[in-house]
Design a protein around this ligand. Structure first.
Ligand code: ADP
Ligand code: MG
Length: 256
C-alpha cells in the first residue's frame, strides 16, 4: 500500500498543528508505521521539535520545492526509529516568492513525494499558518486533512475560508482530497468555553471530529525543547496519552 498523505492544516497559528504532526508521527512510528513529517512552515518548528539542526550543506524542503534535489535526498532520520523529517529552515519563506512565476507551482510537493510513497506508511504535512502556496502544495499533495482546532475563543473563525479553499483544490486539482477529521486541542475541561467549542466543532464537522481530545498539558509544550516527540519525553503524561489515543483512532480508520 502506498503511503497515506495527511496534511495537518489550519491557517491560524498556534492551534497545535506542529504539536499534532510531531506527536502523531511519534506514535505512528512507535506502532511500526514508517512515517515522515514534512515541515512546510518557514518557522521550522517541527524540524527543531524533532531535534534536527540543518547544516548549510544539507538540503531542505525548500530545495525540494524548487526541484533542486529529490525529496529522498533531503529526508533525515530522527532519534526515534521509523520517524523521519523532511526539514525546513527560515529560507522557506523565499519559496513563496520564487515559486510565484514557476509552472506547476501547486504540484511541486505532490510530484516530489511520489517516488517515496512506496517507502513510507504515513506522510504528515505540517502546514504553515496561512493559505498561501506552501499550504496549497500541502492540500494538493494530501489524501486527507487533519484540522487541529484550539478550544479557545474564535476557534471556528477562519474555518469557512479553509473549507472553501479545500473545496477549490478538490474541484480543480485534487478530487481525492477529504477532511479526515478535526482534532480538538488545548482542551481545558474546567472551562465552559472549551465544552462549548467542542459542541460547535462537532456541529461544523458532523461525523468528522476525532474522539480523542488533546488536553492543555505542560509536557506537550516542553517536549520540543528535548528534540523528541512526547512519547520519548513524558510517555505517561496526559498529553502523551491523548496523542497515543489519537494515533490508535487514526489507525483503526485504515483497518476497517
Ligand atoms: P501551530 O503549529 O498550529 O502554530 P503549535 O503546535 O506550534 O501550533 O502550538 C502552539 C504553541 O502551543 C506551542 O508553543 C506548543 O508547544 C503549545 N501547545 C500546543 N499544543 C499544546 C497542548 N495541548 N498543551 C499545551 N501546550 C500546547
Ligand atoms: Mg506550526
Amino acid at each position: 500500500m502506498p503511503a497515506e498523505v495527511l496534511a495537518v492544516v489550519n491557517q491560524k497559528g498556534g492551534v497545535g498543528k506542529t504539536t499534532t504532526s510531531v506527536n502523531l508521527g511519534g506514535y505512528l512510528a512507535n506502532s511500526g508505521k514508517k512515517t515522515v513529517v514534512v515541515d512546510l512552515d518557514p518557522q521550522a518548528n517541527a524540524t527543531a521539535g524533532l531535534g534536527i539542526t540543518v547544516t548549510s550543506d544539507e538540503a531542505t524542503v525548500y530545495d525540494v520545492l524548487l526541484e533542486k534535489v529529490p525529496a529522498a535526498q533531503a529526508i533525515q532520520p530522527t532519534r526515534q526509529a521509523k520517524l523521519f523529517i523532511l526539514p525546513a529552515t527560515p529560507d522557506l519563506v523565499g519559496a513563496t516568492y520564487e515559486l510565484m512565476d514557476q509552472p506547476h507551482r501547486e504540484y511541486r510537493l505532490r510530484r516530489a513525494l511520489k517516488p517515496l510513497l512506496d517507502e513510507f506508511d504515513f506522510v504528515l504535512l505540517d502546514c504553515p499558518p496561512s493559505l498561501g502556496i506552501l499550504t496549497i502544495n500541502g492540500l494538493v499533495a494530501a489524501d486527507r486533512l487533519i484540522i487541529p482546532v484550539q478550544c479557545e475563543y474564535y476557534a471556528l473563525e477562519g474555518l469557512n475560508q479553509l473549507l472553501q479553499t479545500v473545496e477549490l483544490v478538490r474541484e480543480h486539482i485534487n478530487p481525492r482530497l477529504q477532511v479526515l477529521g478535526a482534532v480538538l486541542t488545548m482542551y481545558d475541561r474546567r472551562t465552559e468555553l472549551a465544552r462549548r467549542v467542542v459542541r460547535q466543532v462537532r456541529q461544523t464537522f458532523p461525523g468528522h471530529v476525532f474522539e480523542s481530545v488533546i488536553p492543555r498539558n505542560t509536557e506537550l509544550a516542553e517536549a520540543p525543547a528535548s528534540g523528541t516527540p512526547i512519547i520519548a519525553y513524558a510517555a505517561e503524561s496526559r498529553g502523551a496519552k491523548a496523542y497515543e489515543h489519537l494515533s490508535e483512532e487514526l489507525l483503526t480508520l485504515y483497518t476497517q
